[in-house]
Write a new protein. Sequence first.
Length: 436
Amino acid sequence: MTRTAPSSILGLTAADLKPTAEFAAWCDAHDPLASFRDEFEIPRGADGRPVSYMVGNSLGLMAKTSRRLVTEELDDWATLGAEGHVHGRRPWVWYHEHFRSGLASLAGAKESEVVAMNTLTANLHFLLMSFYRPAGARRRILVERGAFPSDRFAVRSFVRAIGGEEAIDVVEVAPREGEECLRHADIEATIAREGDSLALVLLSGVQYYTGQVLDIANITRAAHAVGARCGWDLAHAMGNVELRLHDWGADFACWCSYKYLNGGPGAVAGAFIHERHHGTPPPRLEGWWGTNPSNRFEMGPRFEPGPGADAWQVSNPPILSLAPLRASLDLFQKAGMESLVCKARAMTGFIEMALRDRGANGVRILTPPATSERGCQLSISLEGPPERARRVFESLKPRGVYCDFRHPRVIRAAPAPLYTSFGDCWRLVDAIASVL
Ligand SMILES: *Cc1c(COP(=O)(O)O)cnc(C)c1O
């Protein structure tokens, strides 16, 4: 059976991939998203060439317009002082509103359901306060054993702070013995088993270590079926996989903006609160920025909530840490998540196949093989002694390939379809294969 060759990388299927440098070059020449790469500053290696940047899941690269957007705010501050709050070119009082449409489209949410605010772990605490409300026998929170440490610390400290008992109230799901990824059946069985004792399910949309994508729609449904709420940490999901939080019914979600969203170091994070909680909101920790902007400055004693998710804001936002995110969200809007996901799948498929073809023995991919169960990340386990794994990892940077390393033997490679080329992917493969 023969297929006509696709005219662009967006039409590639697994069967079209070839593990060669020539194929990578063909992909770059037939990539309708290729020009977005020019919109980013790409660090250069010792040879002066842009590096193969595979750590966008740690800190996404800087969109070139970020510099201008930050400078404009500095200029308004310099020339207007406090007047900038209302008379700046983008008045700071309403500044967070510029992020609504971009965040809503990436989250698959209504604009009223998202807000750019705080940082990720802070948002986790705020949202736990609203949505983890243990009462009577329903007091448990289901999390993942291998969760990112900050999430673990947030949940456990929160449980203690409200007088709960970690050992009883925190229930964990984990991969089976000898496996790396969670099984959906196990998650759903745990939810069903906990039943009436479960107050909240809190998981990651994309697991940071393995790159596994969880089925948000079905897990949320399973949580709701036993009367629990369901919230999501989307640190590795926003801007990486397609999301439909509103339709999937998630109660809440939060994410950081410096990974796939390229918002810059420590960028302002974001939160989603489903519309069903807007009318009769659960208890929440409040601050003046959550009040209605039309009378916020009357400084009245009563908290009159602003619309939707905005009411969860507590403080006036750090404008300089928000500005770069505008640049990146704009690029996401232009490129479109659907195309980005197509390219991402082609890139991880290509890296995986090429690694195998180059006889990179002793390499095991922990990320699920199904494209629907992975984002744009491959977690590459280098089997054998950890010292060897370290050595392989340390040989990458001098070759102009930036990845990250998770003790004891996992290299995480996260190409970013907005700015990573197939040539970059080939360099990664070449670098690993040549040292193994
Ligand atoms: C990156 C990441 C964090 C980091 O938390 P900050 O509050 O942004 O420092 C937390 N949780 C997860 C799952 C992450 O991937």
